[in-house]
Design a binder for this molecule. Structure first.
Ligand code: CUA
Length: 160
């Protein structure tokens, strides 16, 4: 079979790209421990406020430079524990983020960080992130949830 030179180059390029990406996925999954959210932790969306985690949303220190951040989402608001909707996190802190929704599906993205989750009624979404850079970050809803979707936001201040 006679194959054109460019065809050979293209087949090589395609195979090499596939190999590179499979290797990256493998390193990410097995070496760095990245995995999709388990969605294993459930709660009753009707009684979110009675759940121990979500009684008092906000930032709590749980260890040496380690924090638990709890936020309750609902249409069209993030309850972060204060009416100003501002969370102050010390730079370099390890933060375990837990959030859920009391009504429809919402998004949970802290723009400029790796925190990007979907909040589904009945499930607790969690993500652990270390905030290495000081600055102002915006928590936004990135799942269309209704007429007030664009109003859902809060501010995260990472301070020295
Ligand atoms: Cu909540 Cu979009």
């Amino acid at each position: 079979m006679n194959m054109h030179k460019y065809e050979k180059i293209w087949i090589f390029f395609g195979s090499a790209t596939l190999l590179v990406f499979l290797t990256l996925v493998g390193i990410s999954a097995f070496y760095m421990g990245n995995k999709p959210p388990s969605c294993a932790v459930t709660l009753d969306p009707e009684t979110v406020r009675e759940h121990a985690l979500f009684k008092e949303p906000g930032l709590k220190e749980i260890g040496d430079n380690e924090y638990q951040l709890t936020i309750v989402a609902s249409a069209f608001d993030y309850d972060v524990g204060n009416p100003e909707k501002v969370i102050e996190i010390p730079k370099g802190a390890k933060v375990h983020v837990s959030s859920t929704t009391t009504d429809v599906i919402h998004g949970f993205e802290i723009a400029g960080t790796n925190v990007n989750m979907m909040l589904e009624p009945g499930y607790i979404s969690t993500y652990t992130n270390t905030f290495k850079n000081a600055g102002t970050y915006t928590l936004v809803c990135n799942e269309y949830c209704g007429v007030g979707h664009h109003l859902m936001s809060a501010t995260i201040e990472v301070v020295e």
